[in-house]
Design a protein around this ligand. Structure first.
Ligand SMILES: NC(=O)c1ccc[n+]([C@@H]2O[C@H](COP(=O)([O-])OP(=O)(O)OC[C@H]3O[C@@H](n4cnc5c(N)ncnc54)[C@H](O)[C@@H]3O)[C@@H](O)[C@H]2O)c1
Length: 307
């Protein structure tokens, strides 16, 4: 029906309106940037903190596959250049410690200097912090501050400096990585949990202002995925196991039968949120957890256990 409408309107409608109508009938919703040919970020420039490894690296790969230029901003000055080289000419490494605001500012400026603009800022760098001591009664507040400085303050700095260049441009998409540890407590150490709970709040607070400037901001909350961070953390509880064995343990933690959470799942969520396909999505927490945080079973005793 839309096609026949489009045919009729060709006689009378202005050219811009006809193009819009035609895009509805072909099902691409008018999304610009080559979505129809599978390249959803053509012409876009993205900066990914913590992009040297794990989820950031997988997202950099996905963004590049979709036509983006990517700046990998990471504290690891050995792995960072290697990752960028492996990703090819569309990736470029800049050293950046997100706890140092001036380095975050410099990374944003480096993206603009190299490519003339910044369309996508992904504040993804994070650490779990020490698993011990487990009790809040023994919490070392310096360690707490360390985790908050990377996971939360680093994201605040990223949003601040992305906004600095995106507000004058009147557009942009900012992403942050939270976690299922930001939805349910008890899944990680206290500082990590607190930092991850704060991320969706930070995103909403920033969205409240950035909406007015045409900038979207969202976060992603993944379930456990075997990356150097999670494997290193869980391995502490299983001395002697290989990395593959620990990865299998992590993959076994999910609830959704027949699948486990992979870095590519986060990369595809980030691709959606970063792209124009999510042009009306902001302030959102996209949970990628196979249902893990949406229910809890009541543990009824079996009849023979009832006293
Ligand atoms: N892997 C998981 O199970 C999981 C689940 C939920 C959320 N997350 C979150 O995903 C994000 C990425 O974690 P990952 O699993 O890919 O870990 P990872 O260790 O593989 O990658 C993290 C990257 O961040 C970098 N980094 C650390 N501190 C930094 C700093 N101060 N400045 C700049 N870069 C820094 C590291 O060098 C590393 O390259 C983190 O925010 C983490 O909390 C991970």
């Amino acid at each position: 029906m839309l096609r026949s409408l489009a045919r009729e309107f060709q006689l009378v409608a202005p050219a811009a309106f006809r193009r819009r109508l035609a895009s509805y009938s072909t099902g691409d919703g008018g999304v610009a940037g080559g979505a129809a040919d599978g390249k959803r970020l053509v012409g876009k420039v993205a900066l990914i903190t913590g992009g040297a490894s794990g989820l950031g690296k997988a997202t950099a790969h996905e963004f590049i596959q979709n036509g983006a230029q990517v700046i990998i901003a990471d504290i690891d000055s050995e792995l960072g250049p290697q990752t960028a080289q492996g990703l090819g000419p569309s990736a470029h490494y800049v050293r950046c410690d997100v706890t140092d605001e001036s380095q975050v500012a410099d990374a944003v400026d480096a993206a603009v200097a190299r490519h003339g603009k910044l369309d996508i800022m992904y504040n993804n760098a994070g650490v779990t912090g020490p698993a011990y001591p487990p009790s809040i009664a023994d919490l070392e507040l310096d360690k707490f501050d360390e985790v908050m400085r990377i996971n939360l303050r680093g994201a605040v700095a990223g949003i601040k400096h992305a906004a600095r260049v995106m507000i004058p441009a009147g557009s942009g998409s900012i992403l942050c990585t939270s976690s299922i540890s930001g939805i349910l407590a008890g899944l990680g150490p206290h500082p990590y949990t607190v930092s991850k709970f704060a991320i969706p709040g930070l995103v909403k607070s920033a969205a409240a202002e950035l909406c007015r400037h045409g900038i979207r901001i969202n976060c992603i909350s993944p379930a456990p995925i075997p990356t150097p961070m999670s494997v290193g953390q869980i391995a502490q509880f299983y001395p002697g196991l290989t990395q593959e064995q620990v990865a299998r343990i992590i993959n076994g933690l999910g609830e959704l039968k027949g699948a486990h959470c992979e870095d590519a799942d986060v990369a595809k969520a980030a691709l959606y949120l970063a792209s124009d396909e999510a042009k009306y999505v902001t302030g959102h927490n996209l949970v990628v957890d196979g249902g893990f945080t949406c229910y809890k079973n009541l543990s009824f005793p079996s009849p023979d256990q009832v006293v």
